[in-house]
Design a protein around this ligand. Sequence first.
Ligand code: NAD
Ligand code: TYD
Length: 358
Amino acid sequence: MIRVLITGGAGFIGSNYIHHALRVHPDWEIWNFDKLTYAGNLANLKDIEQDARYHFVKGDIADAAAVAAVMKNGIELIINFAAESHVDRSIKGSQEFLMTGVLGVQTLLDAAKEHGAKLFYQISTDEVYGDVEAGQYSTEADILRPSSPYSAAKAAGDLLVLAYARTHGVPVIISRCTNNYGPHQYPEKMLALFVTNLLENKHVPLYGDGQQIRDWLHVDDHCRAIDLLLDKGRRGEVYNVGANHQPELTNLQVTRLILDELKADAAMIDFVTDRPGHDRRYAVDTAKVSVLGWKPLVAPEEGLRRTVRWYKDNPDWWRPIKSGEFLKYYQEQYRKSPSSSHPSFPRQSSGQAGRRGV
Ligand code: NAD
Ligand code: TYD
């Protein structure tokens, strides 16, 4: 058996990856090491918790003693999904982002070095490149120009990973993936937020003019890309992963697709004040991973349809999340100004938007 440590496995991508890995790697025994922050949810893993090849350990990747204890299970491969992952939260407070994204990564790298792990695989993001001019594509050799505290923490993590590879000879791979979507995504991220808001008959808050571009990749495709890189990726290298949608999709276009899927009216869109430092466009050059044989399999229309259906069919998963801590966050993030009837994120185009429910 190959003994694998998956950190952050109770979150969106990590839990999808654990399901995928148990299916396609019968020779893997998995330890899911997760701090269970607000975004970590063991309900994501309920159907596999009795699987003899799966173990859950609650812990913080920045806690060296806890990491050393889990490594004693003879871990050979570490795949690090753990991170504070939401840009808007990083703007409100950055410390946790650095604790996990920098000190946590350093702690895991020390453990990989000390225990002689065969590979440390860092899950990173295209956001480390910052925004990209129309017609340009970020390559793995580009300089990092992160715009948000979230992406700065991820960029710092990537640099540490490469430094440990060079200085200590730790075998590493980094993949930088574009925006993911799919089941079990915490409903603070745009796609999950908009779908669940509409299912609750609430408006959807679109930042700025909605012309920002993201290269949405279904989480199943991301899981397959990780496996390909585990198998064929060169140690010490960085690989971009993305869908390369042509034509590119603006946030407004994605929102319209969601509205169509749910047969909702365009009046449900509230154009709200832009996110500070909002990156206009992300686009990655995926030639390097494509040479290894990777291409996305989930077409955007099909992926979106499947995803909308999943949230429709699983209100028991997301409804409890959208109360309590989430509600407090949501009201603060999208609050109405006390001095007026407008949201503090006032609408920029009043033509389409109604007033209910943001
Ligand atoms: P998520 O917020 O849904 O899940 C993060 C998980 O990490 C949670 O289970 C949380 O409890 C855990 N965690 C946080 N801090 C921890 C710590 N200190 N120790 C142990 N566990 C901790 O995030 P996600 O969307 O699944 O993203 C997973 C990874 O993929 C992140 O590294 C993120 O930067 C990267 N990524 C995400 C996207 C995306 O679109 N969501 C795109 C590219 C890359
Ligand atoms: P998000 O899902 O937060 O991912 P990221 O910021 O990591 O790309 O946001 C995706 C896009 O959607 C981004 O351009 C910001 C935009 N967005 C909105 O317009 N409204 C929202 O309420 C949120 C959360 C995001």
